[in-house]
Design a protein around this ligand. Structure first.
Ligand code: PEP
Ligand code: MG
Length: 599
């Protein structure tokens, strides 16, 4: 007897907007750039209601068989959508489906479902729900964005299984032309099912910046706005909207005048993108001949494609902790070596700065238990962990040294706050070199070693640190949070988290000057490095490199090429006389207006 039931409740609002409600604007967070005009395809997920009920001993076998059949059906379904995604997006983008397939067949997860049927004597649907709930609870207890995002994946897998149990599947196929999907959130498999020729963009009332859905959408160059409050109840199916994923605005039922204005903005945006792409082989040199390096920040080797496409001059920050994030066990030397080697080989001699493990704070790892701390950002984090867990640190250093043999790799230590830490890290590096020597493994003994300047203590003592490293990379994300005392993850005080704070800019100036005096190279790899308002300030200071997300590189290059270093020096002087972040921002905005360079 099949008692699992599905209730379909795909509610779509009607277009009942009156003329006076035209041009209504909603604000969200743009996470994948672009501007498009289209019609809302409101997608409220079908509510899947599965009854839970006890079963008798005799029914156990039947429920186990039902579960097994469902697993096989869900497997076939996932393989199909994976192939569909591969043909539309390329094989790189299908890794998420491999992950879903392996989650679906994971012996622990599947074993738990079977155990629940056998031991708790509950039906297959109830067992699937319970097992998925347990994993979800476990992931949400981890204080880690990565695992929070993975909750959606595991729930997605659970839903496939439940739908397979009931014989239902979700569909987002047959969208009308020029659809802009409006949903609470979407799963990667839902994105894969959509006919991309008809899809123009996504508006998600929730959504996360690092979710796989957003990553896939970026790969598809689909404009996306997330975290749009109140929109789901107010905007109906079929309504015309402008999705401006540059400003984060959504205009509902725009009138003719506004439509014309946005059409112009759209044309301008695409003309600009084409123009920017032509800069990819040009250097970031000011009108008066000052050249600044522009490099990419990456977290995984998968991001290399974009780096190569814009012909980035190097990788200014490889956040190696991402390598440790999707495995239950810490990656061994061989696994790390392979990734580092691939990255430096692909970059073909261009510099690649790999930062040693920076976990703790807001980044936990499945393979390393972190203590519960009252102030994790002030706690056991980054180099502090590496210096205590030497096994982990030495494994990483060995892999890095070995990979140096294949390309221009440099090592960087995060969160250095005292000279003792830096010296100890370097001493361990020396120890590892000795071990490689004894084992006869080739590496470059002169590998460059740098440090992040992201703790005020290190910034204040920059002249002292500069004597003991080959380079500095200023991490503005942490530097701001520690100078201004503003938790970088706390939305409530996000207004205080600004790179324009005069205290932050003064500290940056001191660090750059200390580097100059010591004759070492200095870069900026925090988010401020990709902020075009600050580019004249950094040029004026004479920063050697700005490292940023790949998408910002050509835009910043364009700005650099319209500046004069001599004028930028004056901008630095002016900025440093200002007293508030507001004044600095206003001043830099004025500079941009006066120079009238496009952004
Ligand atoms: C920084 O703190 O600015 C930085 C680049 O490192 P992360 O954002 O990884 O802490
Ligand atoms: Mg940092």
């Amino acid at each position: 007897m099949i008692r699992d039931k599905v209730k379909l409740a795909n509610k779509t609002g009607l277009n009942t907007r009156s003329a006076k409600e035209m041009n209504e604007v909603y604000q969200g967070v743009p996470v994948s750039k672009g501007i498009v005009i289209g019609k809302v395809y409101k997608y409220l997920k079908e509510e899947l209601i599965i009854e839970d009920y006890p079963i008798s001993e005799e029914e156990v076998l039947t429920e186990l068989e039902k579960l097994e059949e469902a697993r096989q059906r869900a497997n076939r379904f996932l393989k199909e959508i994976k192939e569909k995604a591969a043909s539309e997006l390329g094989s790189e983008e299908t890794k998420i489906f491999d992950a879903h397939i392996s989650m679906l067949n994971d012996p622990v997860v599947y074993g738990e479902m079977k155990d629940l049927i056998k031991k708790e004597k509950i039906n297959a649907g109830a067992a699937v729900k319970k097992a998925i709930q347990r994993i979800t609870d476990k992931f949400s207890r981890m204080d880690n964005e990565y695992f929070k995002e993975r909750i959606k994946d595991i729930q997605d897998v659970g839903n496939h299984l439940l739908r397979a149990l009931t014989g239902e599947i979700t569909s987002l196929q047959n969208l009308p032309e020029d659809s802009i999907i409006l949903a609470e959130d979407l799963t990667p498999s839902e994105i894969a099912l959509i006919d991309k020729d008809r899809l123009k963009g996504l508006i998600l009332s929730k959504g996360g910046k690092t979710s796989h859905t957003v990553i896939m959408a970026r790969g598809l160059m689909l404009p996306v706005i997330v975290n749009v409050e109140g929109i789901l109840d107010k905007v109906g199916h079929g309504e015309r909207v402008i999705l401006d994923a540059l400003s984060g605005e959504i205009v509902v039922e725009p009138d003719r005048e506004l439509l014309d204005k946005y059409r112009e903005k759209i044309n301008k945006y695409y003309r600009r993108q084409q123009k920017l792409f032509r800069l990819k082989d040009k250097s970031a040199t000011t009108i008066d001949g000052f050249t600044i390096g522009l490099s990419a920040n990456i977290g995984t080797d998968e991001e290399l494609r974009g780096v190569l496409e814009v012909n980035s001059e190097g990788i200014g920050l490889f956040r190696s902790e991402f390598l440790y994030m999707n495995t239950e066990e810490l990656p061994d030397e061989e696994k790390q070596f392979k990734v580092y080697r691939e990255v430096v080989e692909e970059m073909a001699g261009k510099p690649v700065i790999i930062r040693t493990l920076d976990t703790g704070g807001d980044k936990g790892l499945p393979g390393l238990e972190l203590p519960d701390e009252l102030n994790p950002f002030l706690g056991w984090r980054a180099i502090r962990i590496s210096l205590e867990r030497r096994d982990i640190f030495k494994t990483q250093l060995k892999a890095l040294l070995r990979a140096r043999y294949y390309g221009n790799l440099k090592i960087m230590f995060p969160l250095i706050s005292s000279l003792e830490e830096l010296r100890e890290a370097k001493r361990i590096l020396k120890e590892v070199k000795g071990e490689l020597d004894r084992a006869g493994i080739p590496y470059d003994p002169d590998i460059e070693v740098g440090m992040m300047v992201e703790v005020p203590a290190a910034a204040i003592l920059a002249d002292i640190f500069a004597r003991e490293v080959d380079f500095f990379s200023i991490g503005t994300n942490d530097l701001i949070q520690y100078i201004v005392a503003v938790d970088r993850t706390n939305d409530k005080i996000a207004n205080l988290n600004t790179p324009y704070h005069p205290a932050v800019l003064r500290v940056i100036k001191e660090v750059v000057e200390a580097a100059y005096r010591a004759g070492i190279w200095v870069g900026i790899c925090g988010e401020a490095g990709g902020d075009s308002l600050l580019t004249p300030f950094f040029i004026g200071l004479g920063v050697n490199e700005l490292s940023m997300s790949v998408g910002a590189i050509l835009e910043i290059k364009d700005v650099v090429r319209q500046l004069k270093r001599e004028e930028c020096k004056g901008i630095v002087e002016d900025v440093l006389k200002l007293s508030t972040a507001e004044e600095v921002k206003e001043y830099l905005t004025e500079v941009r207006k006066k120079k009238s360079y496009e952004i």
